[in-house]
Design a protein around this ligand. Structure first.
Ligand code: HEM
Length: 400
């Protein structure tokens, strides 16, 4: 097995928990070389990941949160404008304030009813068939719907945008040349159309609000809007999908846990979902860049060094979690770090939880005798973890 955290083969069967374990125990601040770059520090212990994520003064999100430095202006920046994910406080705080109100717990809860309807519709579309690809037909449908609903776009466009994010998140060496920049260009082209449409016909949706709201006494520029749009589409898509697919895989492979959950689904779902988040950790890493010489354990970090936080490894740290490799739906406490932490902690986490719960309830109560006949192929990515496709079987049921 490859130990190189830059090699997609290392992640070919999901998070490389054996590699993580060895690093956590032997070299918790591990230097991983890069063939076309300076190399980076890989953090695998919970406390180190937590500390770096919270210390934005010593560890900056700029120039990028991906390991490879930006290759072109398309990677999270257009001219002077940068994506919120890649800027530090205080500028980041001002941007985040702009959309924070849309993503609070109560605001997300207002969407609850609609999400339940969407989940019912998604399961309706496959229930009579008795088989489907869970990733594309069920798990991926929810975030496509949600982004379309949030932004006030046709549902079909939500699906198209979501396909583009899949390309953008793939490891570059697994894609045809230019596939990723082309997908970024298409996404920006689409978002430019949204600007024109929402300016001509303002509506009660997030896209219109982003175009009219003011940050530090001025409106967002068009490039800033394009980047916001891309971030929201990007961040909420394959993350939520992978949690649902990976979560159902873990549940199906652990029948005793499933039985425990089904004994009191409404009462146990929240705890089960948090364990799915910890256990599957859909975001593999976020990178920071040291702003000054500093130290993590006995490693001397130099200003400019890349420091990479491995969330899936932190989430299995035995110093933080008892029996960390057990899928224990009743786990308490469960202070997982699947949504990150610090100033950039996942803005969509409340919405994500509602999306997940809505889909899980429909799937678990309607798709009887749910089976995953063979282990799924995993996504070719060192950044986002989850099954690429997952054929499933169940007893055909009726539409509701
Ligand atoms: C299971 C689903 C999800 C997971 C596991 C996840 C995970 C994450 C992680 C790890 C981060 C980085 C945090 C850090 O740097 O410490 C993040 C940031 C972010 N997420 Fe999520 N996310 C999910 C769903 C969503 C959804 C549904 C949305 C919105 C529609 C969303 C919007 C965002 C945004 C906007 C950021 C950037 C925040 C900032 O830079 O201040 N996420 N997410």
């Amino acid at each position: 097995m490859s130990h190189d955290l830059l090699d997609v083969a290392t992640f070919a069967a999901g998070h490389p928990h054996d590699v993580y374990r060895r690093l956590r125990e032997e070299v918790p601040v591990h230097w991983n070389p890069e063939p076309d770059g300076p190399g980076f520090w890989a953090l695998t212990r919970y406390d180190d990941v937590y500390a770096v994520d919270h210390d934005f003064q010593a560890y900056s999100s700029s120039p990028t949160i991906l390991i490879q430095d930006p290759l072109s202006a398309n990677d999270g920046a257009i001219g002077e404008a940068k994506m919120m994910l890649m800027i530090d406080p205080p500028q980041h705080t001002a941007f985040r304030k702009l959309i924070r109100a849309e993503f609070t717990k109560p605001k997300a809860a207002e969407k609850g009813l609609r999400l339940d309807e969407l989940a019912r519709q998604i399961v309706n579309d496959v229930i009579e068939r008795g088989e489907c690809d869970f990733v594309a037909d069920v798990a991926g449908e929810m975030p496509s719907y949600v982004i379309a609903e949030l932004m006030g776009l046709p549902l079909e466009d939500g699906r198209e945008l979501y396909k583009l994010t899949e390309i953008i998140h793939s490891a570059p060496d697994t894609m045809p040349p230019n596939a990723i920049p082309d997908a970024v260009t298409k996404m920006f082209g689409y978002a430019a159309g949204v600007i024109a449409e929402k300016r001509a016909r303002p509506a009660d949706d997030l896209a219109t609000r982003l175009l009219t709201v003011e940050v530090e006494g001025r409106r967002l520029t068009d490039p800033e809007f394009l980047l916001f749009f891309m971030l929201l589409v990007d961040a909420g898509g394959d993350t939520t999908r992978n949690l649902l697919s990976g979560g159902m895989l873990a549940l199906t492979r652990n029948p005793a846990q499933r039985a425990w959950l089904m004994d009191d689904l409404p009462g146990r779902l929240a705890s089960a979902r948090e364990e799915m988040l910890r256990y599957t950790s859909p975001v593999i890493y976020m990178r920071r860049t040291a702003t000054r010489d500093t130290q993590i354990r006995d490693a001397a970090i130099k200003a400019g060094d890349k420091v990479v936080m491995y969330f899936g490894a932190a989430n299995r740290d035995p110093e933080k979690f008892d029996a960390p490799d057990a899928f224990d739906l009743a786990r308490a406490p469960n202070e997982h770090i699947a949504f990150g932490g610090g100033p950039h902690v996942c803005l969509g986490q409340h919405l994500a939880r509602l999306e997940i719960d809505a889909v899980l309830i429909e799937v678990l109560t309607r798709m009887e005798n749910f089976e995953i006949p063979r282990d799924p192929e995993w996504l070719a990515s060192t950044f986002i973890s989850g099954p690429k496709s997952m054929p499933v079987r169940f007893t055909p049921g009726r539409r509701i």
